[in-house]
Design a protein around this ligand. Structure first.
Ligand code: PAF
Length: 310
């Protein structure tokens, strides 16, 4: 397994693979690798000659406190990647990816300025705030689900994935369906700037107790983990109501909230029911639907998603 830290070295490595006519599958990650990531890597291995992963804790996607607390252990991540037979880990420094940002705290300043002008329908790419190729996600994709509360998180994800696509030039890139809005945004971002790259969504992997795998799960005590599961139970209950014929969004949403509210350790950050294609909510549930919740368990933010294909 090769380890590359610099963009320059990555360019050489990729050029060689392209010369040899190899197909490249990429799994971008923030580190903290778990079985959910392994599923993405396995899929990349099945569908490509070469599997690359990136491990980069992207400051654009976090508030300072969350950034500092993110559970990452590079040695452990390397073991997981090796066990999954990854060919190369791209592990750049912040300076390598954002050469014009002077210090890391600069990233956190811009997050307060959440109401930036953004195009309704089109991605915009510009050099701004010291960030080259900063991508602003269009309003019709970002002001949905919990993007309404922190749109900058998605600008951050789109920007770093844009940069990774430029450097690593994959044929296919793999992302979890758990982060359904991110998946929709990155699919559209790729269509706008990288028409040759296919973005592939991989279904959510759950642990034996059914909690969706997440890097932050390691921060939960047994009791907190049990409480976090109530959110999945709520989503499952919502699905059951919909499958039984309930089409009133308000009724299904309230039934889900009641289940979660019974858990004192869980605090809902955002919960909604939206149409699968547009990510828009409407009063009536019709067609394929996404049940989505973002929540805190003792300050640890988690999300869960359930897709109801009708
Ligand atoms: O979902 C993630 O892990 C991150 O948002 C991603 C796609 C790696 C970009 O930093």
């Amino acid at each position: 397994m090769k380890m590359i830290e610099s963009v320059y070295q990555a360019n050489t490595y990729i050029a060689d693979l392209k010369n040899k006519g190899k197909t490249i599958g990429l799994v971008p990650t923030l580190g903290g690798l778990h079985s959910g990531h392994q599923l993405l890597m396995q899929k990349a291995r099945e569908e490509n000659d070469i599997t690359l992963i990136s491990i980069f804790l992207n400051p654009m996607q976090f508030r300072k406190k969350q950034f500092d607390a993110y559970p990452s252990d590079f040695e452990q991540d390397k073991r997981v990647a090796k066990a999954t037979q990854v060919d190369m880990i791209f592990h750049p420094t912040v300076k390598e990816m954002f050469p014009f940002v002077e210090q890391i705290d600069d990233f956190f300043k811009y997050q307060e300025n959440e109401l930036i002008d953004r195009d309704r329908e089109h991605f915009v790419r510009e050099d701004k705030n010291g960030i080259d190729n900063l991508i602003s996600v269009p309003a019709n994709l970002v002001y949905r689900l919990d993007g309404t509360m922190h749109p900058w998180v998605f600008d951050g994800a789109a920007t770093i994935v844009y940069k990774l696509f430029e450097v690593l030039q994959p044929h296919n890139a793999y992302f979890g369906e758990k982060d359904i809005q991110q998946l929709a945004i990155l699919t559209n971002m790729a269509a706008s700037y990288f028409p040759d790259i296919t973005v592939i969504g991989v279904p959510t992997l759950r642990d034996a107790d059914q909690l969706a795998f997440s890097s932050r799960n390691v921060l939960l005590s047994a009791e907190q983990r049990q409480s976090a599961l109530s959110v999945y139970h709520a989503l499952q209950h919502g699905e059951k109501l919909i499958r039984e014929g309930e089409s009133d969004t308000h009724i299904v949403l309230n039934a889900m909230k009641e289940i979660i509210k019974a858990q004192p350790l869980v605090q809902i950050d955002y919960i909604d029911i939206v149409e699968k294609g547009s990510l828009q909510s409407s009063k009536q549930i019709k067609g394929d639907t996404i049940l989505y919740a973002a929540f805190f368990v003792k300050g640890i933010r988690l999300t869960d998603t359930l897709i109801v294909d009708l």
